[in-house]
Design a protein around this ligand. Structure first.
Ligand code: ADP
Ligand code: MG
Length: 230
């Protein structure tokens, strides 16, 4: 159970065709598990890059990330994958559900990729109930609304009880009202389960409700503020 993520002088650059894009520059940030943090900034400002690094999906070009006192990125690939599985849940704008699997089967997928010691089916049903989809367990993604599909994706992200939920524009494909409901659900998970939640958004109204707001521009952390409502 990771309580603190610390980024020190974190940098990510992409090179190709003789050009170098610095997607993230000298980021120094500490995240505590109970926080509910919004990351905002224009397109291309490095928000997704930061989230991928924090979620061990990518490695920094420079600098370090420590999870409590551990530098997991120095470890072997399968150790990193195990760490990610135990600690982190991802939610994306495009939901990324498997179209031929039902809601329940989609939620079960992460549990089948690892040997887990609990009753997989019960666990998957429980989280689907938690996100309010008890009546849609056997529906295919194509039979669900955008908001419902995102709920399935959230259920899949939390089914293995991660300590951190990383969401990249999770409400970006949804209308305002549905987006707000998804936001409320993330907030509830933050409160009930104590998950550290980091979510990228373009919506200033949603961001303003977070307990912490990080603003990025051109790969740089421009501001890091405590939100108005806690
Ligand atoms: P945001 O999520 O804020 O829109 P990103 O983190 O996706 O921004 O991208 C930041 C910058 O890094 C952009 O200029 C983008 O083009 C560049 N970038 C991101 N990923 C890659 C990649 N895999 N290869 C090359 N450039 C990339
Ligand atoms: Mg992005």
């Amino acid at each position: 159970m990771i309580n603190t993520i610390t980024c020190t002088a974190l940098e990510k650059s992409f090179e190709g065709d003789g050009t170098k894009t610095v997607a993230l520059e000298n980021a120094n940030l500490i995240f505590e598990k109970g926080e509910f943090t919004a990351i905002i900034g224009p397109s291309g400002s490095g928000k997704s890059t930061l989230l991928s690094l924090l979620g061990t999906l990518d490695k920094p070009s420079k600098g370090t990330i420590t999870y409590d006192d551990m530098e997991i990125l120095n470890k072997r690939k399968n150790q990193i994958a195990d760490f990610r599985f135990q600690e982190i849940g991802f939610i994306f704008q495009q939901f990324h559900l498997l179209p031929t699997l039902t809601a329940l089967e989609n939620v079960l997928t992460p549990l089948f990729s690892r040997k887990v010691p609990y009753n997989k089916l019960e666990q998957a049903k429980e989280v689907l109930e938690q996100v309010g989809l008890q009546d849609k367990m056997n529906s295919l993604p194509s039979q669900l609304s955008g908001g419902q599909q995102q709920r399935v994706a959230i259920a899949r992200a939390i089914v293995h009880k991660p300590s951190w939920l990383l969401a990249d524009e999770p409400t970006g494909n949804l209308d305002t009202e549905t987006g707000e409901r998804i936001y409320d659900l993330l907030k509830e998970l933050n409160k009930q389960e104590g998950c550290g939640v980091l979510f990228v958004t373009h919506d200033p109204t949603l961001a303003a409700k977070a307990s912490r707001i990080i603003t990025m521009q051109d790969g740089v952390i421009r501001s890091d503020e405590v939100g108005v409502t806690l």
